[in-house]
Design a protein around this ligand. Structure first.
Ligand SMILES: NC(=O)C1=CN([C@@H]2O[C@H](COP(=O)(O)OP(=O)(O)OC[C@H]3O[C@@H](n4cnc5c(N)ncnc54)[C@H](O)[C@@H]3O)[C@@H](O)[C@H]2O)C=CC1
Ligand SMILES: O=C(O)[C@H]1O[C@H](OP(=O)(O)OP(=O)(O)OC[C@H]2O[C@@H](n3ccc(=O)[nH]c3=O)[C@H](O)[C@@H]2O)[C@H](O)[C@@H](O)[C@@H]1O
Length: 463
């Protein structure tokens, strides 16, 4: 399954989709392969303009270290452009890195992946490509999508030829650059050994051969869905045990440490929290569920569906217990929300647990004071479906935890930003309305200091 590589390199790579995956992935390829010209294209002109912003702090994706990589390559062998067809025509390798969200209507709505962007970009490649082109699926796709991509490309004009590869991306947001520079593995699926060699030669610039895995197309597509399903399953498992700990007097951190010491289980992805967020776990599992049902595997579908159900339950559970502890009502009460991104070190809020929890509390009439170092007021407004405001059932974005705490009955720690781990609890408690609460849904705050400052503390998974 592993490979040693000595194939020719592509000269020009085009990547369709300048998002959280396309941007950082291509920046690292350009950085590690100065001989390759990499052009990232997108229909979204504002996003491309942001990638070209001379001020590197204003790139459209926030990732630690990304600004430095882009700063080294942009204008040298890394380009961002809206000239999609031109870049495809010049390329000998084209990555499809477009969005594949859950369908919102029609057949499979709520579960199947919406492949309209993949189909549209494949059609553009079929039209604009010249000569032989290697087309690489970078987006996360339902197993057997390559068949559809091949069919679209095969219907193109004579004189063009294509090889289709699957090369799913395993980076996690917040650690994207490190994940790309030191991947556990690179997976390449395909049925054209020469094309696989060319792509493997790109990665071989910085990834050792034994980490470059080759499979058939379908195994590669399915491995990506499976990896995300397994990771998400661990989170739902530990969150279920956290609720059980709260009911029984056990402590989920101790349980996680104890089971994680078993080398067969391992310590990673055992952090109990407000449920997983991010654009992919839920959509990829629901896609798996849809595919299992399609193939008549109802029990398998129900098994994976439960991972998502438990996640949704966990988010509502946290909102409910906040209301219960605050004497059964939060109407008109100020609540400080610490963190809105779906995890630390990203500006991404897609499927963030903070959204569902905040919406539940707004529904109860709370006034939310939100603090997040990277998320914009505009984005929060879109996520909560209402603009910033005042009074019952309203929210505002404020600049500091101290400002959020002013007159608040409770703080909810929802994203594990580093700065929330070391707060001046005396100063914070002093400006809150008493009796005041800290609800630590990430288990990251200095609980002893918060208690010493007079706060009541609820911590995830602590009985
Ligand atoms: N966000 C993440 O951490 C990871 C995402 N993935 C997968 O990678 C894929 C992309 O995800 P993100 O980068 O997060 O999405 P994104 O939504 O940030 O970026 C996708 C971009 O593609 C552009 N686009 C769509 N159709 C186009 C077309 N026909 N021509 C030109 N541009 C077009 C959109 O304008 C958008 O800017 C998805 O399949 C996702 O499941 C995989 C691993 C990690
Ligand atoms: O396909 C994708 O999009 C990516 O999805 C995840 O990456 P990402 O969603 O960026 O971030 P994770 O670190 O996996 O965190 C996902 C969510 O789970 C939560 N989480 C994670 C780990 C944990 O122990 N506990 C926990 O609650 C995080 O706070 C976050 O809300 C996977 O980790 C990547 O390998 C994959 O490429």
């Amino acid at each position: 399954m592993t490979t040693a590589v000595s194939a020719p390199l592509p000269q020009r790579i085009c990547c369709i989709g300048a998002g959280y995956v396309g941007g950082p992935t291509m920046a690292v390829i350009a950085d590690r392969c100065p001989a390759i010209t990499v052009t990232v294209v997108d229909l979204n002109a504002a996003r491309i303009a942001a990638w070209n912003d001379p001020d590197l702090s204003r790139l459209p994706v926030y990732e630690p270290g990304l600004d430095q990589v882009v700063g080294r390559c942009r204008g040298r062998n890394l380009f961002f452009s809206t000239a999609v067809e031109e870049a495809i025509a010049a390329a000998d390798m084209v990555f499809l890195s477009v969005n594949t969200p859950t369908k919102t209507r029609g057949l499979g709505a709520g579960q199947a992946s919406d492949l309209k962007w993949v189909e549209a970009s494949a059609r553009t490649v079929a039209k604009a490509a010249q000569g032989h082109t290697i087309v690489v699926e970078k987006s996360t796709l339902p197993v057997r999508t390559a068949e559809a991509v091949k069919a679209i490309l095969g219907a193109g004009v004579a004189g063009k030829s294509f090889s289709v590869l699957s090369n799913p991306e395993f980076l996690a947001e917040g650690t994207a650059i490190g994940d790309l520079e030191h991947p556990d593995r690179v997976l390449i699926g395909g049925d054209d050994p020469a094309a696989i060699d060319v792509l493997a030669a790109v990665y071989a610039h910085w990834v050792s051969p034994e980490r470059i895995l080759r499979t058939n197309l379908w195994s590669s597509e399915l491995s990506k869905l499976t990896a995300n399903a397994f990771l998400a399953q661990r989170i739902s498992s530990i969150n279920g045990i956290a609720a059980f700990c709260e009911a029984t007097g056990a402590d989920v951190r101790e349980v996680a440490r104890a089971i994680g010491a078993d080398s067969r289980i391992g310590p990673k992805f055992l952090q109990a929290g407000p449920g997983f967020g991010g654009s992919c776990f839920q959509k990829d599992i629901l896609n798996l569920v849809y595919l299992c049902r399609h193939y008549g595997l109802e029990e398998v579908a129900a098994y994976w569906e439960q991972v998502v159900r438990l996640n949704t339950w966990q988010q509502h559970r946290i909102a409910r217990l906040v209301v219960t502890r605050l004497f059964g009502t939060v109407t008109g009460k100020r609540l400080a929300i610490l963190g809105f991104a779906f995890k630390a070190d990203t500006n991404d809020t897609r499927e963030s647990p903070a959204i569902r929890i905040a919406r539940d509390l707004l529904e109860e009439g709370a006034q939310l004071m939100i603090v997040d170092p990277k998320v914009s007021e505009r984005q929060i407004g879109l996520d909560l479906g209402q603009p910033a405001g005042e009074g019952e059932g309203s929210w505002r974005l404020v600049a500091s935890v101290e400002a959020a705490a002013l007159g608040a009955d409770a703080l909810l720690l929802l994203t594990e930003w580093e700065q929330f781990a070391a707060l001046d609890w005396m100063a914070i408690a002093a400006v809150m309305r008493q009796p005041a609460w800290l609800f630590d849904a990430r288990g990251r705050a200095d609980e002893a200091a918060a208690r010493a400052a007079g706060l009541n503390v609820w911590r995830i998974g602590q009985g």
